[in-house]
Ligand binder design. Structure first.
Ligand SMILES: Nc1nc2c(ncn2[C@@H]2O[C@H](COP(=O)(O)OP(=O)(O)OP(=O)(O)O)[C@@H](O)[C@H]2O)c(=O)[nH]1
Ligand SMILES: [Mg+2]
Ligand SMILES: [Zn+2]
Length: 306
């Protein structure tokens, strides 16, 4: 399949769901069609704009329009493009069940790598674990991320008010570990969310309460804003990132890179390292140093395998 930036005579549609080798595309009028991609492997992801043409009752995707952004995920087993053309990545964690800070950090790194602005949402602040969860996010506030606190269940109106302006006019992917409240958010903001879920998606989800596919929802009738629900992840792999780029993508590390003596400093043991000096001054949280070390080990092992 080719990638093109200009219309080549075919109509343009939006990919709102991908299910194995086929996808569901949303035509400008709101009609949806089942689409197949030419070639053996389907490369389209939710959010893609595609050139298509009819084929019976279905559609054939001819080309993918140029993407403005692309969120990727890669671990030892597979590499996967997650979603395209995002304006905002909402990383959702909750007070309970407890979330892994390492997974939060990975999602933020992937957002930075994909040039997608990120927002952290702490949901379920109605629960007693709220203070502890808030505390764990302090380093992220300090490095410049906005942390929005929500209680989607007990204060839905407050959540709506807090989110409206941020989501307006944007395409936002809601990402996070399982059970944080991503689908609760979608159902709050998209009243007929279930109605908008395509037929195949419904079949795949039968009997399950956990999200299994990435799905696009329009937030308004004029299709200016969209929200994308995604399956909760256990491990967000960032093997597509080069070890030498990691520090710049971790904003608390990135701030100090100019102060390192060596241009190829790994910030682990070198003398004259600006990052290590910041750690010694207590300006970088111990949890962040631990995550950096863990990720560097992981990325170096991944590079050795290639
Ligand atoms: N106490 C409390 N519970 C909430 C809140 N928001 C959501 N929940 C509950 O959290 C549970 C998980 O919510 P989901 O929306 O399914 O979570 P998800 O992130 O979509 O999970 P996956 O689809 O598995 O990734 C449900 O039982 C919700 O009712 C909240 O603000 N407070
Ligand atoms: Mg869900
Ligand atoms: Zn250094």
């Amino acid at each position: 399949m080719t990638t093109s930036s200009k219309a080549d005579g075919h109509a343009i549609a939006r990919v709102v769901g991908v299910h194995g080798r086929h996808s569901v595309i949303d035509l400008t009028g709101g009609e949806r069609l089942l689409a197949h991609s030419r070639g053996k492997k389907s490369e389209v992801v939710v959010g893609d704009r595609v050139h298509w043409q009819p084929s019976g009752d279905e559609a054939v995707v001819e080309a993918i329009a140029q993407r403005t952004s692309l969120l990727k995920r890669e671990d030892a087993w597979r590499s996967k493009n997650f979603a395209a053309n995002l304006d905002l990545l909402m990383v959702m964690v909750a007070t309970d069940p407890p979330y892994s800070e390492s997974q939060l950090a990975r999602a933020l790194i992937a957002a930075g790598d994909g040039h997608i602005p990120a927002l952290i949402v702490l949901n379920k602040v109605d629960l007693p674990q709220a203070d502890a969860a808030r505390e764990r996010l302090a380093p992220y506030r300090a490095m410049g991320y906005t942390v929005l606190e929500l209680a989607l269940k007990s204060d839905p109106d407050g959540a709506r008010a807090a989110l409206a302006a941020r989501l307006q006019g944007r395409t936002t992917l809601v990402l996070g570990p399982s059970g944080m409240g991503k689908s609760t958010l979608v159902n709050l903001l998209v009243p007929h969310a279930d109605a908008q879920v395509g037929e195949i998606s419904k079949a795949l989800r039968a009997g399950k309460h956990t999200t299994t596919t990435t799905t696009w929802y329009w937030l308004d009738d004029d299709h200016a804003s969209a929200l994308i629900d995604s399956p909760g992840f256990q491990e967000f792999g960032i093997h597509h990132i080069e070890a030498r780029d990691l520090a710049a993508l971790m904003l608390d590390y990135g701030k100090h890179l100019g102060a390192c003596r060596f241009a190829n400093c790994t910030h682990r043991h070198e003398p004259g390292c600006g990052v290590r000096a910041a750690i010694a001054r207590g300006e970088i949280a111990p949890s962040r140093e631990r995550i950096y070390e863990e990720l560097m080990d992981e990325l170096e092992r991944a590079a050795a395998r290639h």
